[in-house]
Design a protein around this ligand. Structure first.
Ligand SMILES: [Zn+2]
Length: 477
């Protein structure tokens, strides 16, 4: 009876012969011996050697061998072709499981390109296990070497080798841009950091950049998360991060470290609204305007009547059961104009200096440390995924670490809540009036939220004319 052979091909992360080459080698062996192929198993290494999913093909092979008992007893011969010992099982326990299953099913031939093991011979079996052990030791040495080399590179301030060009750098290899282009991108990074510190949103920057035709380092459109990624990278502050620790790099920072940390604190602040989805405020004073009659919040609307757009207004919405009166409505344009004009005048009279100053004087702010802790932990979480992918830690360890970090972040957030602090990071330029036109809605709203508690709109009865005295801003002074 012709021997039927299973061919096992597996590409390890450490490289080696491709799966297709392994398959060809296996097929050649089968042909040379005049056997026939029972089945070819192919597996590409995934992040983990230990997860069930990663071992899916391996488990399929094992259970297939287990099911051969009767057939083998009836006289059918089987063999398993492995390209290398460590391809079958990188770990001794897995190899032992394999040998045990083969033996109990009566499958005794394990074939490699260079040699053949007969599992009925105890010496062969020991040799096979020895080879696996040897392969595992080599693998462990290599992994340690890689880890050491990476740590060394980090400590020497080298950039990560490989990968695509970073936004704001000239780049290496094929993907190189002119120094002028790199400089333009660096200016954009500085601009974006300033805008975030000034209370603008990623979305505001995104709309602007896409409008100006700014593209990523790989020539793609920017998204919220790609801008965020650029701004969160310590690289732009002249640092690189390795396992949660910052190491100074050998390149020039684009923005100073303190500034980057401030940007990072804002972008990783869990209290920060991402401004995505349906809850996005569409009007300048949404959330700030309150009804002078019932005290409830007022809503903004642009009413469409018979297909014709009515003048936009803030209005008290008569929701049953909420106690809102539904009796007050005012022209949005007029209220917005009145409030922004009051804001400009306050800025020009230096009345709001304390808001701008709060950014610089927050070194003794107790929340600062907590925000930094949060930013640090968020960074650790980011790195955790990489570590699993690089096989530097086991998924089980990663899960435990993740739970630990998330638990700590929960506690930090609770402490922040206790402080009642929602640090206002708003920088208001003296020439606000001139700049206002160029600001995004989010940035304008951030400034107004920083200086205003609320704006009360009082009912004006049957009077028709807009009465500015009935609009009462409540400043945070
Ligand atoms: Zn009302």
């Amino acid at each position: 009876m012709v021997v039927r052979a299973f061919i096992w091909c597996r590409l390890s992360r450490e490289g080696g012969r491709s799966v297709d080459r392994q398959e060809q080698d296996g097929l050649r062996l089968v042909a040379q011996r005049g056997w026939e192929v029972a089945e070819v198993f192919k597996e590409w290494a995934s992040a983990s050697e230990f997860s069930k999913k990663a071992r899916k093909e391996w488990l399929r092979l094992i259970s297939m061998i287990e099911g051969l008992k009767e057939e083998i007893k009836a006289g059918q011969e089987y063999a398993v072709i492995l390209w290398m010992e460590d391809r079958s099982a990188r770990h001794v326990i897995q190899a032992w499981e394999f040998v045990k299953v083969c033996k109990s099913a009566g499958l005794t031939r394990i074939v490699l390109p260079s040699c053949e093991y007969d599992l009925t011979d105890p010496e062969d079996e020991a040799k096979f296990m020895g080879e696996v052990l040897h392969a595992q030791r080599e693998m462990a040495k290599m992994s340690k070497r890689i880890r050491r080399a990476k740590l060394e590179a980090a400590q020497n301030g080298k950039r990560h080798a490989g990968g695509s060009r970073h936004f704001g750098t000239v780049g290496v290899g094929k993907n190189v841009v002119s120094p002028a282009q790199a400089k333009r991108e660096q200016d954009l990074i500085v601009e974006a950091a300033n805008r975030i510190l000034a209370g603008d949103s990623l979305r505001g920057i995104l709309i602007d950049w896409n409008g100006r035709g700014v593209r990523t380092s790989t020539g793609k459109m920017f998204h919220n998360y790609t801008i965020r990624q650029v701004l969160l990278s310590p690289r732009i502050a002249g640092y690189r991060v390795h396992h949660g620790t910052l190491y100074p790099g050998q390149w020039e920072p684009i923005i100073p470290l303190e500034k980057w940390q401030a940007v990072r604190a804002i972008l990783t602040d869990p209290a920060r609204k991402t401004n995505l989805g349906g809850g996005t405020p569409r009007y300048l004073l949404t959330g700030l305007v309150k009804c002078g009659q019932c005290g409830r919040r007022m809503w903004g609307t642009k009413r469409v009547n018979y297909g014709k757009e009515q003048p936009a207004s803030y209005f008290c919405r008569p929701y049953p059961g909420t106690g809102s009166c539904g009796a007050v409505r005012r022209s949005m344009t007029k209220v917005d104009e009145l409030i922004t004009e009051a804001l400009f005048q306050a800025v020009e009279a230096d009345a709001l200096d304390h808001v701008s100053r709060s950014v610089h004087s927050d070194s003794n702010d107790p929340s600062r440390e907590l925000y930094e802790q949060l930013a640090h932990d968020a960074g650790l979480l980011d790195r955790l995924e990489d570590k699993v992918a690089e096989e530097l830690i086991k998924p089980t360890t990663a899960r435990r670490k993740r739970a630990e970090i998330e638990c700590r972040m929960e506690r930090t957030r609770a402490k922040l809540d206790q402080l009642g602090d929602r640090r206002v990071m708003v920088r208001i330029p003296r020439n606000l009036r001139a700049e206002w036109e160029g600001y995004s809605l989010d940035r304008r709203r951030a400034i107004l939220r920083a200086v205003l508690n609320k704006v009360v709109i009082h009912p004006q009865g049957s009077r028709y004319r807009f009465d500015p005295d009935l609009i009462v801003p409540d400043w945070k002074v």
